[in-house]
Design a protein around this ligand. Structure first.
Ligand code: SF4
Length: 494
């Protein structure tokens, strides 16, 4: 059997996806822009982690893995002490070790680099198959380690690699996984021997763990006809009640029996779906609206993250604000718009904090959708810029959350699919605004905005101008959408 390390870990999640990857690739969903950004981050982090191991040599990628294996051997023969992407094959199992460190006594240490901030269980399987291959080839493996990002690190003037990365020795865990590997490989081999029939594996919580499976659209929608809004949205995936319904062949919310045991919230969602009616608690919404004093400052930030912090005072994966849009709504309905978009390639935090203080006076109502995000951004700015801290924290104190009426179920429509995310609330309340996003050129959602800004330094002047316009148009629409949602709420309680 021919199997790579990445296919082995996929198969650990579900043997069916291994089969599909080998024999029915066309049904798999290709990676989207955020998945590609994660791969890119992984590459950057992987290359940087190599610098932890001095005087190493890299095995250059080749489609012919035998060339990579031969190059690895040459480096071993030459006495190279650290080999990046060291490649081995044992009985058809191909692994590329991120960093192989060769000790003076000839034993080796395996280092698997991950761009995440902790050791996840799947990484142990990833490391264990590398250990299995090297042991099988007769190497003495002294230790197996996971190298991951330390998210408590705060960058100083320089990047301190030894602090940015945490190295965790997982030899014991990997050792205890060795006994099960041969059996697992045999099981995978049996699945792959039948090239015609797919493994008959049911959908379940494993479809999302540890990663959302790229066969989900195929297994769920195409094969099992699970609708976009189904019992899986009412009951937690893998929960007793969800499994009970699924075992009875019930996936449509409309088919849930009237007497099925549910919590009050689950019942409300089901009733709302079945009756196809909109529920509006006018009294509660009025109470909410009355907490907002005019003028209302509708605020939305865009942020990006860096696995490897480029700026002093930043931690890995910290949300760094680079843009905001602000619609100021006056009592007479008049709207003013203000915005900020940082220059790419610079630390945007101080400039954005100053402009925010200039644009939002101390004692006004600021409105955000899911304000914990905006408050978190402002709080971090306040802790970084002492002279602005008092003003910034006042903005936070006066912030209200437009998500509350939906989160607390004061306003529920069947089109919200049981969700209070703006992704569902906006098309349900103001469909024309939701359509407006689809007409935007270049940037249509937060993750596209994030990667557009993070990659802007790579663009030429003309491309940059266009991308900046796209970002401004997108963010502006976010706060305009909030204005429209609030207006709709007010209309519906009159
Ligand atoms: S979607 Fe679920 S059942 Fe289908 S291959 Fe993936 S993990 Fe397996």
């Amino acid at each position: 059997m021919n199997l790579s390390k990445s296919l082995y870990t996929k198969a650990i999640q579900c043997p069916k996806v291994l089969w599909l990857k080998k024999y029915k690739k066309e049904v798999l969903t290709p990676p989207d822009s955020s998945a590609l950004a994660i791969f890119e981050t992984g590459n950057v982090v992987g290359e940087l982690a190599c610098q932890l191991f001095a005087d190493g040599k890299e095995v250059l990628y080749s489609k012919n893995y035998d060339d990579m294996i031969a190059q690895t051997q040459r480096y071993l023969n030459e006495g190279v002490k650290a080999i990046y992407e060291a490649t081995f094959n044992f009985e058809g199992i191909l692994v590329m070790v991120d960093v192989l460190s060769v000790e003076d006594d000839g034993s080796v240490c395996i280092y698997e680099v991950k761009s995440s901030t902790s050791v996840k269980e799947i990484y142990l399987h990833d490391a264990s198959i590398q250990h299995y291959v090297l042991k099988g080839l007769g190497y003495s493996v002294k230790s197996t380690n996971i190298v991951h990002i330390n998210n408590t690190y705060v960058r100083g003037d320089e990047l301190e690699l030894n602090e940015l990365f945490s190295v965790v020795d997982v030899s014991a865990e990997v050792g205890s996984l060795q006994a099960g590997i041969s059996t697992r490989l045999k099981e995978f081999e049996e699945y792959l021997e039948d090239k015609v029939n797919e493994p008959n594996i049911e959908i379940g919580s494993h479809c999302n763990k540890p990663y959302e499976c790229d066969a989900k659209a195929y297994c769920w929608r195409v094969q099992r006809h699970v609708p976009a809004y189904s019992v899986f949205n009412i009951f937690n995936l893998g929960s007793k009640k969800q499994v009970e319904l699924y075992d009875q062949g019930i996936i449509n919310i409309g088919d849930i029996p009237e007497n099925f045991d549910m919590t009050a919230l689950q019942k409300q969602k089901v009733q709302n779906y079945k009756s196809k009616t909109t529920y509006i608690d006018e009294e509660k919404i009025e109470e909410f609206v009355e907490t907002l004093a005019y003028p209302i400052y509708h605020l939305d930030f865009e942020t990006f993250q860096q696995a490897v912090p480029e700026f002093k005072g930043i931690s890995p994966f910290e949300q760094i604000p680079f843009q905001y849009s602000l619609h100021i709504e006056h009592e007479n309905g008049m709207l003013e718009h203000k915005e900020f978009l940082a220059q790419d390639g610079t630390d945007p935090r101080e400039a954005i904090a100053k402009r925010l203080c200039a644009d939002i006076p101390k004692n006004v109502t600021t409105l955000a959708y899911n304000m914990s995000f905006e408050k978190g951004v402002i709080k971090r700015l306040a802790s970084s810029f002492e002279s602005l801290a008092s003003h910034l924290l006042t903005i936070n104190e006066n912030m209200h959350d437009l998500m509350v009426p939906f989160q607390k179920k004061y306003y529920v429509t069947p089109d919200m699919n049981g969700s209070y995310s703006i992704k569902y609330v906006l098309p349900a309340l103001v469909p024309k605004m939701a359509e407006a996003y689809k007409e935007l050129d270049g940037v249509q959602n937060g993750s596209q905005a994030m990667s557009a800004f993070a990659n802007m330094t790579k663009l030429n002047d003309e491309e940059k101008r266009k991308m900046r316009n796209a970002l401004l148009e997108y963010c502006k629409l976010d706060t305009l959408a909030m204005v429209e949602v609030l207006r709709k709420l007010k209309r519906d309680i009159k």
